[in-house]
Unconditional design. Structure first.
Length: 469
């Protein structure tokens, strides 16, 4: 049964079957029934049943008591994490409505027209977030969200197949496909949901996924849900990918990678990976979360830069929450893939659709990017300046990775930077391998020369003051 976005009630009980395929003649053919929306993932190996009841008296009296010990161990290893609410930057005006804040105090909500473009001023200089092009607070992007909010309301009110698809969703999908050079796009509520959908609808038992060891957590989770055999290869090791495809038996095969890696900031060897995948009849799956808006001509992504966008054996995902300053995600590929996703992707069928305001602001940001193709060059230039001054490897995009090694030192240096007015990311295990805890510094296209001088001075001073243990 084919679904369209005009369907009212998706059928969660549908199943189908197909004959087993031999070899890889059609790498994007529909997967079998076990990859459809008919039921939860089933592990191929059932674990042995556990004995009835617990033998631990403490667990019997306090079944969640182990959480305190787990927290103590994380703190001892320097892996405790703290939420830091971000205060609003809108100018206060008389008569502005308020709502309770995170800490219980009032948070002023701006009235119409009171939002201002991004300005650093005396505020904390944000080099921790992923607003690579500085568009999250751009007036046109904000107004795009406000217009969508007024036209369609606060929420999408249902899944995309029920009531959660608006005309804005369609416009955004067409614009994303055109900008990135693919036939079609399908928008999801997040980039995480898009990655889960991409892999789970294409793979199943008997398939092989060859995944880079430094892929994002959303791709790792997608692998776990795929029910395919997953082989993790060393970072950017094309020879290992080639060997995996040559020595494993598989029905369909997929090579999975980020385009720009979120922690290291380096670029995947996409041309070589695609050549290997094509030689074996496999599909190249690429997460362009950190490539869109930063890499490639006009910010069209690393696949476009490599001349691979729109190839029949290439599928991409993007997020709308980084360079476009909004929220959401999308899968891009051949036209048949969109229909397959609509019919079978659980994170599409059973998830509430992307809020209209997010679609409106993302569409406005994409139009700004198209009108200002110099923005990607600007953010890469600023990233190179930061990397050179801090001794970090040259970045492929906006992410500068300043490796410090020890997690407690990384936390202390990041805290010192914040105290001196510069917010930087702090990545520790399990986000990065043990022994490689680091500052993750995210450049923005709207940084000034003064911002760069200030940031570099604060970061280098903090590193010098806090030596390695």
């Amino acid at each position: 049964m084919h679904r369209t976005l005009a369907d009212v009630t998706p059928d969660p009980t549908r199943t189908t079957s197909s004959a087993a395929l031999v070899g890889p003649p059609d790498p994007l053919a529909s997967s079998d029934a076990d990859t459809l929306a008919s039921g939860p993932p089933v592990s191929p190996v059932s674990p042995a049943p556990a004995p009835a009841g617990t033998t631990d008296p403490a667990a019997a009296s306090d079944p969640l008591g182990w959480l305190d010990e787990a927290a103590r161990l994380r703190a001892a290893a320097g892996l405790h994490r703290v939420l830091r609410p971000r205060a609003p930057r809108a100018a206060a005006t008389a008569g502005t409505p308020t709502t309770p804040g995170v800490a219980g105090g009032p948070v002023e909500l701006p009235v119409q027209g009171s939002l201002q473009p991004w300005t650093n001023g005396d505020l904390l200089l944000d080099l921790a977030g992923n607003d690579y092009l500085g568009l999250a607070r751009h007036p046109e992007v904000v107004e795009g969200g406000i217009a969508a909010l007024r036209a369609f309301g606060a929420g999408s009110t249902g899944s995309r197949l029920v009531s959660g698809t608006t005309t804005l969703h369609g416009e955004l999908e067409e614009a994303l496909a055109a900008h990135l050079g693919f036939s079609v796009a399908l928008v999801f509520s997040s980039g995480y949901a898009a990655n889960l959908a991409m892999l789970t609808v294409l793979t199943g038992p008997g398939d092989l996924v060859v995944s880079d060891e430094r892929n994002h957590a959303s791709l790792v989770d997608a692998c776990r849900l795929s029910r395919a055999e997953v082989l993790v290869t060393p970072h950017a090791d094309v020879a290992a990918v080639d060997e995996a495809l040559a020595t494993r038996a598989w029905r369909r095969a997929f090579v999975l990678t980020d385009s720009v890696f979120s922690a290291d900031g380096d670029l995947a060897p996409l041309p070589a990976l695609h050549a290997v995948a094509r030689r074996h009849g496999a599909v190249l799956l690429v997460d362009e979360a950190h490539g869109l808006g930063v890499v490639g001509p006009g910010g069209r992504g690393a696949l476009a830069a490599a001349g691979l966008a729109g190839e029949p054996d290439v599928v991409a995902t993007v997020t709308l929450s980084k360079s476009l300053g909004s929220q959401g995600g999308a899968v891009l590929g051949p036209a048949a893939l969109r229909d397959h996703l609509i019919d079978t992707a659980r994170t599409f069928i059973f998830d509430t659709g992307l809020a209209p305001a997010c679609a409106g602001s993302a569409l406005a940001a994409l139009r700004l990017l198209t009108a200002r193709p110099e923005l990607p060059d600007q953010v890469r230039h600023r990233a190179r300046q930061i990397a050179e001054a801090t001794g970090a490897p040259e970045p492929a995009g906006a992410v500068v990775s300043v490796v410090l090694g020890d997690p407690e030192r990384a936390v202390a240096v990041a805290a010192a930077c914040r105290e001196d007015g510069v917010a930087v990311g702090c990545f520790r295990p399990p986000t990065v391998p043990p022994g490689t805890s680091r500052l993750r510094v995210a450049a923005r296209a709207d940084l000034t020369d003064g911002d760069i001088e200030r940031a570099v001075g604060v970061i280098t001073s903090a590193i010098a003051r806090i030596p390695a243990p």
